[in-house]
Design a protein around this ligand. Structure first.
Ligand code: 6R9
Length: 658
């Protein structure tokens, strides 16, 4: 990458101040920034007071072996006790922890007392199957309460879990089981998706075959929840029904305390190349970081709020902001199994109406999908219970932000655009809803206790109005500790670029606006170089989405003989917005629109109208695949796509349009 900073072209002037009532009663006020800046370790030691410690820590941060940091040295606690038992002990056992909504319409409300019994039973059951502290457990489940129970049961007995997305293939599951040496797999016969049972157990069977488990005997047992009732193949040597062993187990289980740095879970990130990275999180720091940020950023009032995060538990967002942060805070939350359009496109809004959801957390990809479907759908529901909206996963385009704010938030709810990563464990850059004014498209500033900056190639902070690389300048409690079994790759990937400064390299491009607010510009690998100008995919995509006919856009840089790289865009049109130009005429209109919004340099060489875009299960566009199409290459590895058929559709369209 050249020294030149990212071109900073798109401008956005709208700002929204925090609502006065929220600001007056906010959990975290403006003084938190100064307090944290004055005493970083003191600030985090204070946040550690949110948890129940079996043994207090003697040192907040040990940085002697940096970047192998240790937090809350000497302290001991049990994560499941903190997420469940202590709320019951505090007299809140009858409060609902989880309102479960199954896709076919079945519902269950699980109180903290119920959850305590269920987690204790599951902990006894997995111990009975031979699991002890330090063992690894793979979890491959639909979005049902047992997924949460399984994670907490592991935490309770000190086993390290790795949750693999239910949508991932047998191959992906096999490589993760092998990489972390999982002794137990917890799964279900299947789950409901798009109105039908979707099998999971056969993929586990295939994964075990692939790792030749009959000979290698890595996996001793497969614990199977019966969800759909569909037929499953049964290997009596390893397979065990959940309802037979868990339901029969005792609800008495003593939770042992573990060291602050005891491994809690491994989350594999679907890197674009090479072996997936096994990102390791540990016990106390992770829980302190997720509990504090969930309290601060969502302004959570556990007695009155109803929270809903639409992520899958197989994604880091599900770990940090469905399971650990929210439950540590004693939240009441919704857990929904299925897809947003089953049995109808208003399903999410119906759930918000039925459960009077107050805090809602979702991803820009979902918002853009709803924009495409049109506002008449959410307009049919009463969304007046909502008081705060969150966004995560990608930069939110200003138009999507405005739609979210107006159509879902009734122009009254603040939006928290939260930047963070699997590696960071917790939200890092986000508005505080009672303090920070929101700007559509900006994640604003580092949270209290977090150090973030935008710097040049050679490590100089850029002035306001310029772009560069995002770095994290201070250690934080929920930081990844290493990549499982690969300390060297951990150091190389995150800590070598700015070794001298001791900064964490996030791999994202960013800019500071004139007020110093941070705008994320996409992964550094996604930056294009057109005639020597470094352009951000995010900005051009946002310009396209600001056209009234466009619902979603993905932009890639394709090799070009004259300009080095050329901008190639893939666009999904909004439904029902058919008035106006079509075909080639519309493409011209969109090209000119980008030129007007950003400048002639950013004008796409070609724009293809497509029905869908290739996305991961967490909603991130896989631009690498679009680049293969744009450069007429064979399309690369598609195993982490949510819908494998999408690339065929796009490649077909490309053939007919060129
Ligand atoms: C939580 C999660 C991390 C990458 C990250 C960045 C992108 C996430 C964002 C955002 C702009 C936001 N990202 N949140 N970009 N604004 N609010 O998504 O973790 O799956 O590891 O992805 O996602 O590029 O580096 P993960």
């Amino acid at each position: 990458m050249s020294d030149e900073t990212l071109s900073n072209l798109l401008t956005e002037n709208r700002t929204f101040a925090p609502p006065a009532d929220l600001a007056a009663d906010a959990n975290v006020k403006a003084d938190a920034y100064a307090a944290a800046a004055a005493d970083h370790e003191g600030f985090w030691a204070e946040q550690a007071g949110r948890l129940d410690w079996a043994e207090p820590f003697t040192q907040v941060l040990d940085d002697t072996a940096a970047p192998f940091y240790k937090w809350f040295v000497g302290g001991k606690l049990n994560v499941a006790h903190n997420c469940v038992d202590r709320h019951v002990a505090a007299g809140r056992g009858d409060q609902v922890a989880i309102h479960f909504v199954g896709e076919p319409g079945d519902t269950r409300s699980i109180t903290y007392s119920d959850l305590k019994d269920e987690v204790s039973r599951a902990a006894n059951a997995i111990e009975e199957l031979g699991i002890v502290a330090g063992d690894r457990v793979a979890i491959y489940m639909p979005m049902i309460p047992e997924a949460v129970v399984a994670m907490l049961a592991c935490a309770r007995v000190g086993a390290t879990h790795t949750v693999v997305f239910g949508g991932f293939s047998a191959d992906a599951l096999a490589s993760r089981i092998e990489d972390c040496n999982a002794k137990l797999v917890i799964t279900a016969d299947g789950g409901y998706r798009r109105g039908a049972p979707s099998a999971l157990k056969p993929a586990v069977d295939a994964a075990l075959e692939k790792i030749d488990n009959a000979t290698t005997a890595i996996v001793e047992n497969v614990l199977v929840v019966r969800r759909t009732g569909q037929d499953v193949a049964w290997n009596t040597d390893v397979d065990v029904w959940w309802h037979e062993v868990v339901d029969e187990s005792s609800t008495d289980h003593r939770a042992q305390a573990f060291d602050a740095e005891h491994p809690l879970f491994v989350m594999y990130s679907s890197g674009t190349t090479g072996k997936p990275k096994g990102i390791l999180h540990t016990t106390a720091g992770y829980l302190v970081g997720t509990a504090y940020t969930h309290h601060a950023v969502f302004d959570l009032k556990p007695e009155t709020d109803v929270y809903w995060c639409t992520a899958d538990v197989g994604w880091i967002t599900g770990h940090s902001y469905i399971v650990y942060g929210p439950l540590a805070n004693g939240v009441t939350q919704v857990l929904y199994e299925g897809t947003p359009d089953t049995p109808h496109k208003g399903r999410w809004w119906e759930i918000i109406q039925d459960y009077k959801v107050t805090l809602f957390y979702t991803a820009p990809t979902a918002i853009r999908t709803f924009m495409k479907w049109g506002r008449s759908i959410p307009d049919e529901y009463d969304l007046s219970s909502l008081r705060l909206l969150g966004s995560v996963g990608e930069p939110i385009n200003p138009e999507a932000y405005m739609w979210y704010r107006e159509v879902i938030g009734g122009d009254r709810c603040p939006i928290v655009d939260t930047w963070w990563q699997t590696e960071t464990g917790m939200m890092m850059i986000s508005p505080l809803p009672g303090v920070t004014a929101g700007k559509p498209g900006s994640a604003m500033t580092a949270l209290p206790g977090v150090g973030a900056d935008v710097v040049s190639e050679d490590g100089v902070p850029v002035p306001n109005g310029s772009g560069g690389y995002l770095v994290l300048t201070k250690p934080w409690p929920s930081m990844l500790r290493t990549l499982l079994g690969d300390d060297e790759r951990f150091v190389d990937t995150y800590w070598s670029k700015y070794k001298e400064q001791g900064w964490y390299f996030a791999g994202d491009g960013a800019k500071k606006d004139d007020d110093g607010a941070i705008w994320l510009l996409g992964r550094v690998d996604d930056v294009m170089n057109v005639s020597g100008h470094r352009l951000s995919t995010t900005e051009i995509e946002s310009a396209l989405v600001s056209h009234p006919r466009v619902a979603e856009a993905a932009v890639v840089g394709a090799a070009d003989e004259t300009t080095g790289q050329a901008v190639v865009a893939y666009v999904i049109l909004r439904e029902g917005a058919s008035a106006g130009a079509t075909g080639e005429e519309l493409v011209q209109e969109l090209r000119n629109h980008v030129a007007k919004e950003i400048g002639a340099i950013a004008k796409p060489r070609s724009i293809m109208l497509v029905p869908e875009l290739p996305k991961t299960r967490s909603g991130k566009i896989m631009r690498r695949l679009l680049k293969d199409v744009a450069e007429n290459r064979t399309v690369g590895d598609t195993t982490t796509l949510a819908d494998a058929g999408v690339m065929a559709l796009i490649a077909e369209g490309q053939k007919t349009s060129t």
